[in-house]
Design a protein. Structure first.
Length: 403
């Protein structure tokens, strides 16, 4: 396979495994252990907190040692983490502290894989960055659906079987990263010789000095606070408390959300290059906020999952557009660092969002919490649209041949 196809395969294995984990982890904490809303929030926070702590360092290291090498070894380590829960399940040791240990370790692995994988994208995409971003996103969400579908059978086959499949999936991605490394496409790229602190500060200056990248980071923080917090805390709580669901309900919910994301990306691939990426981002997030508010007001599970599918349709436009803008504007020697700031804005704010969603659900009820998160996100989108260049900026200056 070509380096790009190996990259797409490696990305697919990570997100297929992450799809399995998303359902099984939420199912074990929320339905099997029956933890209260605030502890569900803490469990998801433990999964995201390492991103806040380590992802900027991971971005600097990826620029130093090579993103292909870092992605390979970090994903190899991640493949061993699910065995903690497998052993705990068979030995009867499953508990909230064990779930926290698993979450922290897997969060650390994600913190090192993410900027390395993002830093590799430009190496494998040539001058078709947006097209590769869209294609990567399609594979990401498509294989997440496969992961969700597998994990939906956790009630029948047991969580240990799903976790073992998660580990094997990650190992398959390690082979793809090894092939990319063997191709040598990253070997001759410039490497930084600055200190770690100087490298982080240089990345921060690059991002803060660009009005577009700075605004995308602000948008990402808001998405993590209000969208991600809802998705990984409020939605599982709603399945348990409002709709009396199971692991299959969580799998269906997550799968339909990813199906909406994937469908929009397919349409965008057909459309071609989007010059008004900032405007597409703002419109998609505004519509997503409205749909999220509606999803918090329904009593039928069928209507709820349809709205979550529509929410995914909006996310399918927003997420690739924000990532495209960062990839295209990042200097070649700083791509992993710049993309680590992009990921940090999402993963770093994620723990705050999960805690906010958990405590808000405990205070006002899960459905009202969903509506409040949607309203707050809509407020941020309107303010950003009125005060930033995102609405006006186009990408006609994109490299020739980008499609």
């Amino acid at each position: 396979m070509s380096p790009r196809n190996n990259y797409l395969f490696a990305t697919s294995t990570w997100f297929m495994a992450w799809g399995m984990q998303s359902v099984v982890f939420a199912w074990l904490v929320t339905i099997v252990l029956r933890e209260p809303a605030e502890l569900v929030g803490w469990a998801q926070t433990a999964l995201l907190l390492p991103g806040m702590l380590f992802i900027l360092l991971a971005g600097v290291l990826a620029d130093r040692v090579g993103p292909d090498r870092q992605a390979l070894y970090a994903q190899l380590a991640a493949a061993g983490v699910p065995w903690i829960l497998i052993v705990a399940l068979y030995a009867g040791w499953l508990s909230f502290p064990v779930m926290l240990i698993y979450a922290v370790l897997m969060g650390v692995m994600q913190a090192f894989v993410t900027p390395a994988r993002d830093g590799l994208l430009n190496h494998v995409s040539g001058n078709k960055v947006q097209h590769t971003v869209l294609l990567t996103s399609l594979f990401q969400f498509g294989f997440q659906i496969v992961g969700y579908s597998i994990a939906a059978f956790a009630d029948l086959v047991g969580a240990a079987v799903v976790l073992a499949m998660q580990s094997l999936c990650l190992l398959a991605g390690v082979l793809a990263y090894w092939r990319i490394r063997q191709s040598g496409i990253v070997e001759n790229q410039p490497r930084t010789t600055d200190s770690v602190l100087d490298s982080v500060l240089q990345g921060a200056r690059t991002v803060s000095g660009s009005p577009i990248m700075r605004t995308v980071v602000i948008q990402n923080v808001a998405m993590a606070m209000f969208f991600m917090g809802c998705f990984i805390v409020c939605f599982p709580l709603a399945v348990r408390e409002v709709f009396n669901g199971s692991s299959s309900s969580l799998g269906l919910l997550n799968g339909l959300n990813s199906a909406g994301l994937a469908l929009t990306i397919v349409v965008m691939l057909r459309i071609g290059y989007v010059k008004r990426a900032g405007r597409a981002l703002l419109v998609a997030q505004a519509l997503g906020s409205i749909v999220l508010m509606l999803s918090g007001s329904v009593e039928s599970f069928t209507v709820f999952v349809v709205l979550v599918f529509c929410w995914g349709l909006c996310g399918g436009a927003a997420m690739p557009m924000s990532r495209t803008m960062m990839q295209e504007l990042a200097p070649p020697s700083q791509r992993a660092r710049v993309m680590s700031f992009y990921a940090f804005s999402f993963m770093g704010a994620g723990p705050i969002g999960t805690l906010f969603a958990g405590y808000l659900s405990e205070l006002v009820g899960v459905q009202m919490a969903i509506q409040i998160c949607g309203a707050l996100m809509l407020t941020v989108v309107v303010l950003v649209g009125l005060t930033s260049p995102l609405w006006r900026e186009d990408f006609e200056q994109a490299p020739a041949g980008v499609s």
